[in-house]
Design a binder for this molecule. Structure first.
Ligand SMILES: Nc1nc2c(ncn2[C@@H]2O[C@H](COP(=O)(O)OP(=O)(O)O)[C@@H](O)[C@H]2O)c(=O)[nH]1
Ligand SMILES: [Mg+2]
Length: 285
């Protein structure tokens, strides 16, 4: 990404012309940092440039520090309950990569030696049910399904009962994302949560956002965060044309921590989000 490398070269070179600031601003906007955050970063950078009596290395350090403050202070880990199943609900708009992320999480937790059960609570399309079942068969995770167009909450309920019965470490719920009826979707997600929590708490609600959708992704994060208690983000399609600034923009706007990065269509294409590496990637050349 190296968004900041040009401006650092200017810092080192001495004077920064107005045109340089404009170029820097366009770069930040193109990288999906959003107008507000871009404005703030430009201000901070100008401030640093004005007060520059020191080496450019100090300016880099100061900017890194300012960006770090914009990231969410919340924990990025997925704490596991000791004596019971840890339940994770996956939410997000259609096509963002929810089902694929469920497959990636199956593999991630299995590779840690945990046992996993999944509920296919997107019952809207038969193809969606097949998709998650195929992943489950391939990875070796039981997937609880219901009838097409059946009640998603009852599939989730069957899933948690199975997970408890199997003493599974992790229970993951895949959900639908048809947003044209926003309140309908949020009600459905709320109902799934209530029904599952009759037997066992939901520990995590992970929102899946497609990084290539830029500002739209930020709007989705705000929308879901208002309606369901989102505990973390999975930022998908970071292997595509995404400029990656969206992670910083979403965290600065919503305070929700990015927990995982999706970088492909395979079950292994999932990484933990590492804030320091991410910031270095934005800054270094
Ligand atoms: N390149 C890339 N494609 C992805 C990633 N995650 C999901 N996809 C693709 O995005 C499309 C939609 O994914 P899906 O999991 O069905 O989305 P859902 O509707 O939210 O469940 C599929 O073609 C996936 O293979 C990713 O991290 N990188
Ligand atoms: Mg899906």
């Amino acid at each position: 990404m190296a968004l900041f490398s040009k401006i650092f070269a200017k810092f080192r070179g001495g004077a920064i012309a107005p045109a340089d600031w404009e170029e820097f601003e366009s770069l930040l906007i193109e990288a999906d940092l959003g107008a507000h955050l871009t404005g703030e970063i430009i201000e901070i950078s100008k401030e640093l440039a004005r007060g520059r009596s020191s080496e450019s290395g100090d300016i880099e350090g100061a900017l890194l520090h300012a960006l770090r403050e914009k990231l969410s202070p919340a924990s990025r880990s997925i704490p596991r309950a000791d004596e019971r199943t840890t339940s994770i609900m996956i939410v997000g708009v259609n096509g963002t990569g929810k089902t694929t992320s469920v497959a990636k999480l199956m593999q991630y937790f299995k590779s840690q030696g945990a046992s996993v059960v999944v509920a296919a609570a997107d019952t809207f399309r038969a193809a969606a049910i097949d998709q998650i079942q195929t992943w489950g068969d391939r990875i070796g995770v039981p997937v609880i399904v219901g009838k097409t167009e059946g009640d998603p909450a009852s599939v989730a309920f069957d899933g948690i009962k199975r997970a408890i019965g199997d003493h599974a470490d992790i229970f993951i719920i895949d959900t639908a994302g048809r947003l044209h009826t926003k309140s309908g979707l949020m009600d459905e997600l709320g109902k799934i949560r209530r029904v599952v929590e009759k037997v066992s708490p939901i520990d995590e609600v992970l929102l899946v956002v497609d990084a290539t959708t830029g500002q739209n992704g930020i709007a989705q994060a705000k929308l879901f965060a208002e309606s369901v208690a989102v505990t973390g983000l999975i930022l998908t399609k970071m292997d595509g044309s995404a400029k990656g600034g969206v992670a910083l923009a979403i965290e600065a706007t919503t305070g929700i921590p990015v927990k995982f990065i999706g970088s492909g269509e395979g079950a292994g294409d999932l990484q933990l989000f590492e804030p320091e590496l991410y910031l270095k990637g934005l800054i270094s050349e």
